[in-house]
Design a protein around this ligand. Structure first.
Ligand code: HEM
Length: 417
């Protein structure tokens, strides 16, 4: 007999990586928090305390007020051990400092370096390459002969190749980047992570830095027409970016643009498989694809959280938050908020409006949102008309991660034309 979940247990689930590998358990916890304790203090063993924010409107309000709620110093949920290690790195100027870690005025200046590469004009220039890669991966799926692990054999490769093409990296380096991003984001998952300790996981980060430092040197010597050159040769306040800031920029682009999109593509297919009426509806009416794409993004919500730290005493929904305390923005919860979405647990390829927060909100709003949408649409535009039948060929498995996650295995059986 199942026992009733307590609010205390629901709070602990927010910090428990394994809860994210079990969507039902996670959403039972988040639904309870939204109802009973939407601003909830979590004191989980091994973690510094934080406030879990689970309502859509509260998350928007916190993100809007980027003077009161800062991204530094606690950008993401990590163990107390990780927090301490980061503090050490900060002291010696060796911490990973990407856009998501920065606050204004620096954030605005650094965001501007890459912004042009994600604007509509640049996206239009990318469309042909993205379509070509989508076709290649759908062809590869056909060649696999009717059975595959859709995550490992299709979904993880395609977005990485798009983003590495945009950066301008050589194709021979793509497999290495794939492994490093999986190790970085699979840090809490036993199957994917490189090692047990925070130290071993940091080794992954240093491998990234080594690779990208060499890239910076090469692009400064011989500038080319790609995003990597724009980053390597950027000037802020009359100075080039420091080595660590340059490498951090590549890391955010290479990693943020990868697992998030592949998780959405894979989770989107899983949603279509478990809602065959919606699969048929989309096949019958491909003009729904843009709406279906955003519904997949809402449904999967691959980024599970970011954090902010209060720069002054304040309150949220009447709950006092002291200066220096941190709030965790639960995007999966916002995207199932019954006050915003009609029937939020229904997967609806025609959902309109769909004001999901999967890309965040405010000054840190996802830089790659248009690219992600373009990639997802390109793949399904190619795949759906060719897929004559598709079904599960095993049990789907999700990543255990409190940060970026989604399916890690999706075994399917299919026929294609
Ligand atoms: C479905 C796919 C994606 C999702 C769900 C997603 C989600 C997010 C979220 C939640 C944030 C933080 C927003 C905030 O704090 O308000 C973010 C930031 C960011 N994303 Fe994405 N993302 C996706 C794809 C991409 C792609 C393809 C790129 C391409 C490079 C990308 C690049 C970035 C960058 C650079 C930032 C930092 C922006 C800043 O702090 O100013 N993302 N993304």
């Amino acid at each position: 007999m199942s026992r009733t979940l307590t609010v205390h247990e629901a709070g602990l689930a927010v910090a428990d990586p394994t809860a994210y590998a079990d969507e039902e358990r996670l959403h039972a916890a988040l639904t309870l928090l939204r109802k009973e304790s939407p601003v909830h203090r979590v004191e989980a063993p091994g973690y510094n305390p934080f406030w879990a924010i689970t309502k859509h409107s509260d998350i928007m309000e916190i993100e809007r007020d980027n003077k009161l709620f800062l991204s530094a110093p606690r950008t993401l949920l990590g163990t107390a051990e990780m927090d301490a290690l980061q503090e050490e790195q900060r002291k010696i100027g060796m911490e990973l400092r990407t856009l998501v870690h920065m606050d204004d005025p620096q954030h605005r200046l650094v965001r501007a370096i890459g912004a042009d590469w994600f604007r509509p004009k640049a996206m239009r220039a990318m469309q042909a390459r993205v379509d070509e890669l989508a076709r290649q991966y759908v062809d590869r799926m056909a060649e696999l002969g009717g059975e595959c692990d859709f995550v490992q054999q299709v979904a993880v490769h395609y977005p990485l190749y798009v983003i590495l093409s945009l950066l301008g990296l050589p194709e021979s380096d793509f497999p290495r980047m794939l492994k490093l991003t999986q190790e970085l984001f699979g840090g809490q998952d036993e199957e994917l992570r490189r090692g047990e300790s925070a130290q071993e996981q940091l080794a992954t980060l240093f491998d990234f830095f080594d690779y990208f430092n060499a890239l910076t040197v090469a692009r400064r010597e011989n500038p080319t027409d790609d995003l990597a050159s724009a980053i390597a040769n950027a000037v802020v306040d009359g100075q080039p970016l420091s080595d660590i800031d340059t490498a951090s920029y590549y890391v955010i682009v290479a990693t943020a643009g990868h697992d998030t999109t592949s998780a959405t593509i894979a989770g989107g297919l899983e949603a279509l498989l478990s809602h065959p009426d919606q699969l048929q509806r989309l096949k019958d009416d491909p003009s729904l694809l843009p709406l279906a794409t955003d519904e997949m993004i809402r449904w999967v919500t691959p980024v599970k959280e970011f954090m902010r730290t209060a720069s002054a005493d304040t309150e949220i929904r009447g709950v006092p938050i002291a200066k220096g305390e941190s709030v965790l923005l639960s995007y999966p919860s916002a995207n199932r908020d019954e006050e915003v979405f009609e029937d939020p647990f229904r997967f609806d390829v025609g959902r309109d409006p769909n004001k999901h927060l999967a890309f965040g909100f405010g000054v840190h709003y996802c830089l790659g949102a248009a690219l992600a949408r373009m990639e997802i649409q390109a793949l399904y535009r190619e795949l759906l008309p060719r897929l004559t039948s598709v079904e599960l060929a095993g049990t789907p498995e999700w990543t255990a991660s409190t940060f970026v996650g989604g399916l890690k295995h999706l075994p399917i059986r299919y026929t294609m034309s």
